[in-house]
Design a binder for this molecule. Structure first.
Ligand SMILES: O=C(O)CCC(=O)C(=O)O
Length: 317
């Protein structure tokens, strides 16, 4: 599929270096894409070509597919609410959950120029049967992380029709505009938007990076964007929202190896670590019976859960 990106090619080497702590592949794996195309300076929108491999796309879908639920929008009190403005299904995936996710988060950090600790958990979104996210602005200001300054939208699976990411108030660069006009017939009504702004047709493995705030910290109202109704097939995207300050997700910074109750060894013996791993072992933060569970077979534990076991191995009698 075609995207409306045609200009300013920057090499990956020029991308700012950022924290890649947490491992997850060598520097080449993290860098991957070498092509960044500027689509617009108002708002600042960049197309990152060849951003994810097919395997990475499928892996990100797998991480969240079974947990998909009707998406919500953020209320003024930062809680979530179901809304007709957003009809997709989505779920959040724990940060640093797998090596592949770590690599992708490091890549997002590299290309945005903002350390991965500032990212929210990855949000997996699925759109089909006309589902959409009407034009909205991502630039909330939350207690956790402060301003949400940037967004990276990663296309994991392409729809056959519709599902464009539209910037209805964007001012495309001349080459972006020319390609947009040339592709009029391929666009849905929403994607075309009477020729106003511009839109990106989702292409598996590509990503869009845009900024909701100006460099001087003021809000950029033109960063409004929409996921047009997906009219054919299924669209999967993964969104990374990035804040000005580190975003706390509850992932244990100093893992502990403890049993919170003397029942833990009994529960573990009764296979509760395997049956109920989130309660027993934890997910983002350590669970109730990590000591007993770490003493068992660890092969099914996630990378984060394995990190909760590290202090157990250090205990000397
Ligand atoms: O999926 C898309 O194309 C847009 C998603 C979006 O707008 C968002 O997650 O903020």
């Amino acid at each position: 599929m075609t995207t409306f990106a045609t200009t300013t090619t920057t090499s990956g080497e020029e991308a700012p270096r950022t924290s890649t702590s947490g491992g997850g592949g060598d520097e080449d794996d993290v860098e991957r894409s070498k092509v960044v195309e500027t689509l617009s300076w108002s708002p600042r929108v960049f197309l990152l070509k060849n951003f994810l491999s097919d395997e990475e796309c499928e892996h990100l879908i797998e991480l969240g597919e079974k947990k998909l639920e009707r998406s919500t929008v953020v209320n003024s009190d930062e809680s979530g609410a179901v809304s007709t403005a957003r009809t997709s299904f989505g779920t959040f995936v724990t940060r640093r959950l797998t090596e592949t996710l770590q690599r992708v988060e490091d890549r997002v950090a590299k290309y945005s120029g903002i350390p991965w600790e500032h990212q929210e958990q990855l949000q997996l979104l699925r759109y089909r049967d006309g589902q959409e996210y009407v034009a909205h602005h991502d630039g909330i200001i939350s207690e956790n992380g402060g301003k949400r300054i940037a967004t990276v939208l990663m296309f994991l699976r392409e729809p056959t029709s519709g599902g464009e990411t539209s910037f209805p108030q964007g001012t495309p660069l001349p080459e972006t505009k020319a390609a947009f006009l040339a592709n009029k017939d391929k666009l849905s009504e929403c994607g075309w938007n009477d020729g106003n702004g511009f839109s990106v047709i989702p292409k598996k493995g590509e990503a869009v990076l845009f900024f909701s705030f100006h460099i001087n910290g003021t809000n950029d109202p033109f960063a409004n964007h929409a996921s047009c109704p997906t009219l054919g097939g299924t669209k999967y995207t993964a969104t990374k929202w990035i804040h000005e300050n580190p975003f706390e997700t509850g992932t244990a910074k100093t893992p502990t190896c403890t049993d919170e109750t003397e029942l833990c060894p009994v529960w573990a013996q009764g296979h509760e670590c395997e049956r109920n791993p989130v309660f027993m072992m934890g997910e983002e933060s350590v669970g109730a019976c990590s000591k007993s569970c770490c003493a068992r077979d660890r092969s099914k534990l996630t990378d984060i859960q394995k990190s909760f076991c590290v202090p157990c191995d250090k205990v000397t009698v």
